[in-house]
Design a protein around this ligand. Structure first.
Ligand SMILES: [Zn+2]
Length: 317
């Protein structure tokens, strides 16, 4: 018999999703329109230097949005990316050199930290997380892709930060997104969780891996589960996706039906993997596991994939 649906309270928000910003991609080629929007007093910018996000200290929440004038006073922009419109107010990503952002750590009025800390600790209103993720991913691409992959010549930014063109060979380069499958293999009332050596000692999570060229999502789920844990999977269902700007992934969340039971851990990828009962996972989600074991925090899609299964939303029986 399946266990009764547990009461885990209201569903938390999935981090970096549900952006309120309309990307307004049709404005990107229009330099004059972008300049007009940037000159409006309601324009705002998120200031990012590599992995570091610059926010203004405040209480109870910090303020991540700067005027463009304030942003320029912090340092010269490497690139400025038009993120879109919040109603009629333009939003930009303002890219500092990482070393420049590092020096701002000494300022008393600023908090300069990484996006994971901001998201997990709730340092800003969650509505800012999607545009910060958008800005961070595109600005990271600018930092890393300044030369043409086709001929090696320097490229120039066009389309309000959304394309780099090569004048020498005419190639057009676009910001990349790397698809990653992240899945929970289940078998009846059990699911398999794994541990990366990078995790906190008490944390267990879904397995994950990059989709390879020429590979379907379902096949990547089956391959990664077999490679990392030796489990063969059958049916795969899609759950949700999540931008994961570390630096530019798209997490594709799935549930997978495990057809075999014996786990063979790939120690190059995982520290450990084992089966958990639904009842044990419920205590981990609720943070009342007797040994203090946990799932990832609600900002991560793994939390939601695991919770959906515990709550009986998914199963293959
Ligand atoms: Zn070129």
């Amino acid at each position: 018999m399946p266990s009764p649906r547990p009461d885990l309270g209201p569903k938390p928000r999935l981090g970096y999703t549900q952006s309120r910003i309309e990307r307004a991609a049709e404005l990107r080629p229009d330099d004059a329109a972008i300049a007009r929007l940037a000159a409006q007093p309601n324009a705002g910018a998120y200031v990012i230097g590599g992995d570091l996000i610059v926010i203004k200290k405040g209480a109870p929440l910090n303020e991540p949005l700067f005027t463009l004038g304030e942003a320029r006073a912090l340092g010269a922009a490497g690139e400025t990316v038009f993120l879109g419109l919040l109603k009629d107010a333009a939003r930009f990503g303002y890219g500092l050199q990482p070393a420049e952002a590092e020096t701002l750590k000494s300022r008393d009025d600023l908090h300069v930290t990484d996006l994971r800390s901001i998201a997990v600790q709730g340092l800003v209103d969650p509505e800012h997380l999607p545009p910060i993720a958008e800005a961070k991913a595109v600005l990271h691409w600018h930092l890393r892709d300044q030369f043409c992959a086709n001929c090696g010549a320097p490229t120039q930014t066009v389309q309000a930060g959304w394309r780099r063109d090569c004048a020498a060979c005419k190639a057009e380069h676009f910001p990349r997104t790397d698809p990653v499958v992240i899945m929970l293999a289940t078998s009846g009332e059990q699911c398999m969780l794994g541990r990366s050596p990078r995790f906190l000692p008490t944390m267990w999570s879904c397995l994950a891996g990059f989709i390879e060229p020429g590979e379907a999502i379902e096949d990547a789920v089956r391959r990664e589960t077999r490679e990392e844990a030796g489990i063969t999977c059958g049916r795969v269902t899609y759950f949700h996706s999540q931008p994961w700007p570390f630096p530019s992934s798209l997490m594709i969340g799935c549930h997978a039906e495990a057809l075999t039971h014996d786990i063979v851990v790939d120690r190059a990828e995982l520290e450990d993997a084992r089966w958990f009962s639904k009842a044990e996972v419920e205590t981990m989600l609720a943070r009342r596991h007797p040994q203090g074991l946990t799932t990832p925090p609600p900002v991560a899609i793994a939390h939601h994939i695991i919770r959906a299964w515990v709550e009986g939303e998914f199963g293959f029986d």
